[in-house]
Write a protein that binds this ligand. Sequence first.
Ligand code: NAD
Length: 379
Amino acid sequence: MNEICYDNLGPVRISHLYDPEIPFHAFVVIDNTARGPSLGGVRITHDVTPEEVARLARTMTFKSAAAGLYLGGGKSGIVADPQHPRIEEIVRRFARMIARMDDYIPAPDMGSNETMMAWIKEEIGRVAGLPEELGGLPLDKLGATGYGLSVCAEVACQQIGLPLNGARIAIQGFGNVGSAAARFLADQGAVLVALSDREGTAWSGQGLDLPAALKAHDQGGDMVAAAGGDRLPQEAIFGIDCDILIPAATPDVIRADNQGQIHARMLLEGANIPATREAEQLLAERGVLVVPDFIANAGGLIMAAAEYYGKTEQEAFDEIRTNLHHNTSEILQHSRRESILPRQAAEDIALARVLEAMRRPPRPRPLRLIEQAADRLLG
Ligand code: NAD
């Protein structure tokens, strides 16, 4: 699809990994490490490409910087079906292949999970997103990203004078992110009027059966059927009459050719890069407030970083709230003041932080080696 875009930030390294014995392909893209090692998810899908991974790695550079974390941006992709019968062998082999890339800390992403992170931990010791039994903060079970989206929604709703209590929500993709967002937003009085997954869309203007949909999600059932209401085609989710639309599935689902269907007042980006830049521009021209992905969905990263640095669950939730409340206010004010898109405002702030870090002289190498050795000894 798109070509990899190189600029003054990066990517600083792209590694193609291949094991002819299993066989599998994987890619690791380190976009920028000026602010610290890159913490980024391992995406496992049958069609992941280096271009997709590079775009996601750039999102991580901005997401970490915007969240004020001393981390860089990186991401990896394994071309495989997550249900592959040899998936454990594939993930363990991938881990051993990245053992020496100590500027990359793997974490869960689409297709990968906490169990896989435990396999990676056994192989190389360096990972975030572990199961609870291994000291992890299970960010999908806790709903870290969905919680962050609800904090973002609170601030963004104030900006456009939309009461969150009673706001009508539509969610594309009712997975870890979408279902947790629905749960936390409902706690604030929002009403879930539509949800979709690969099978279709469930819609009811009176509100869907959220507890039943959440139960179906947890038990791997049919969420569209469980939610009740009318069953519509998958793409119908974008045309639903609602106040807040949350894309929480795959990249590039909102494009110039279909953004016109959207009637929402706000697009709250739960997925990474769910809309093209052109679509975001057109939506803004129609008065739709777009809260960009790397601000809105930073909750998972903040919790993963909290786990990596040994913090508690409560500390992680507190950090998500403080951080996202402040960041959302800051970028929306900056966007208003300068008459620029919220994404541009967020990129300006993140970019300034990354460039400042890049201007600092690199730390003397022996000191870094001593620190890395100490990190390994301390665990
Ligand atoms: P998930 O696999 O748990 O859920 C994705 C859901 O989307 C599934 O229910 C799937 O059926 C559905 N889906 C896929 N294609 C669809 C389509 N065309 N139409 C409707 N539904 C579709 O994944 P997740 O962890 O919830 O992540 C979702 C998105 O959020 C991804 O883009 C991911 O990169 C991003 N994200 C996740 C986290 C996190 O903490 N998990 C953090 C930041 C960003």
